[in-house]
Design a protein around this ligand. Sequence first.
Ligand code: ADP
Ligand code: MG
Ligand code: ZN
Length: 554
Amino acid sequence: MGAAKNILKEVFGYGEFRNQQEDIVNTIVSGKDALVLMPTGGGKSLCYQIPAMVRTGVGVVVSPLIALMQDQVSALKQLGVKAAYINSTLSASEEAMVKQQARSGELDMLYLSPERLVGEETQEFLQSIEVSLFAIDEAHCVSQWGHDFRKEYQKLSMLHQKFPGIPRIALTATADQKVRSEIIKELQLEDAEIYISSFDRPNITYSIEEQENGKQQLWRFIKDNHANDAGIVYCLSRRKVENVAEFLKSKGRKALPYHAGLSNRVRESNQQKFLMEDGVIIVATIAFGMGIDKPDVRFVAHFSMPKNIESYYQETGRAGRDGHPSNAWMAYNYQDVVMQRQFIKDSDAGDEHKTILHNKLDSLVDLCEQLECRRQTLLRYFEETLPEPCGNCDNCLNPPEKIDATKEAQMALSAAYRTEQQFGIMYLIDVLLGNDADERVVELKHNKLNVFGLGKEHVKTWWRRLYRQLISQAYLDVDSEFGSLKLTEKAKPILQGEESFYLRDVVKAKNKSKKAEEVDLGRHDIILWEALKKLRTDLASDQGVPPYVIFSDA
Ligand code: ADP
Ligand code: MG
Ligand code: ZN
């Protein structure tokens, strides 16, 4: 039996490698570079831990979070692996001791924060020892488009120059094409073997509903499906985290809050309880979760809408790492969309970047409004094809109410076709609504374009929603440079009346006013709430928020 397989069994206690692990391990052991794209829970750690033990010298692992580093090192130590870390939590003498161990060949693995690794002093130290490999975990941190950008990660390109010949392995669960190519470019991994695992998590059942009665809805989901299970509930604001944790406690559950406003001590203690005790629910902001390895998390509930599909997928991926059936449940609310848009507006991202962030949010809104299989939609977003509907998501199990929008889809597609597929959504909507403020639209009007003004029975936001759906279901392609919409092959049967097109029925939502109490008005939220109220006029025009978002003035 090979050395790698032996270590898998003897040290880690696993009988078999999972999907591509064995190939990846062999690539690194043989001294080549690798880029590994694997979903959360897929088993990325072993891909560098085992080669670090097979090859002579110290495997150097870069990891972005101190807590994550500490967890991994203590887990390795428990298995009898010689591992240590250097980060800001060590005293000078502790650090000197770790370095001594590395020099005398007593270490298999050394975890470093990116700040440390790019420092002069550490590099000199690394030159003085035998390094077996460099592992760059959570490699998407190198990308400005990603969700966890860390500027020190960009300096890691120097590894290639300063340590030629030492294999490097970069790992991430982010599958976005743009992030992928940025990792390759920034880390100079052009010659690396690329391993892309399927992002499907078949044991997770996805379901997404619109919020109707707030916390009661969350409670119904938990009570009916997970009476005694461990799970994570994600909320957008600290205030909401506290409020939901209290609520679940009042229902008799062990629920603990986790957000950046709590002291380190409380956060750590709550995290520890979640990991060690049975049936704990952690209610958290996105501050919680990176690197959390609890195999039996039975559900992840989003009680606020995340900012994009990548975040949603990473967060829901924390359910069911042990492979047993688990739930990813979300109850969204159009106020969350408004809030996410506001975060993007207020961020210091450049205009181009902001457009990308808005589009990413749109894709998530689409997923929420989707009628077709959720898993197919998710995987399509990650450029993976699932040939058949999954049979294990809410839309497959309980097909939603829908309205026939074939006529409107034909109008929307014709508008793109008649204008020679040169224009973006807003312009096409102007054409459909007969808005002739734009000169180019006026020109079309004079040319007696037969779609001009045809779509007046719906409002702008309705058309935006339709276009979003046509795009997400691949009837239209967006030109990545100009934003113009092009028809795909799929569009033909609709235009020729051979196929129908449906939208999720939202009429029910239209008649429903959302009460302010449901938004959990805390001080932080009140400030946001004020901001939201101001935004209202803005929104009514052009923010892509459906017309049935009703704000009460309470
Ligand atoms: P990732 O970093 O990709 O999110 P981890 O490396 O933390 O995933 O692994 C997730 C879980 O899967 C861990 O509990 C790990 O011990 C387990 N695991 C990894 N590889 C195997 C394997 N070959 N067989 C069984 N369990 C595995
Ligand atoms: Mg990991
Ligand atoms: Zn499905």
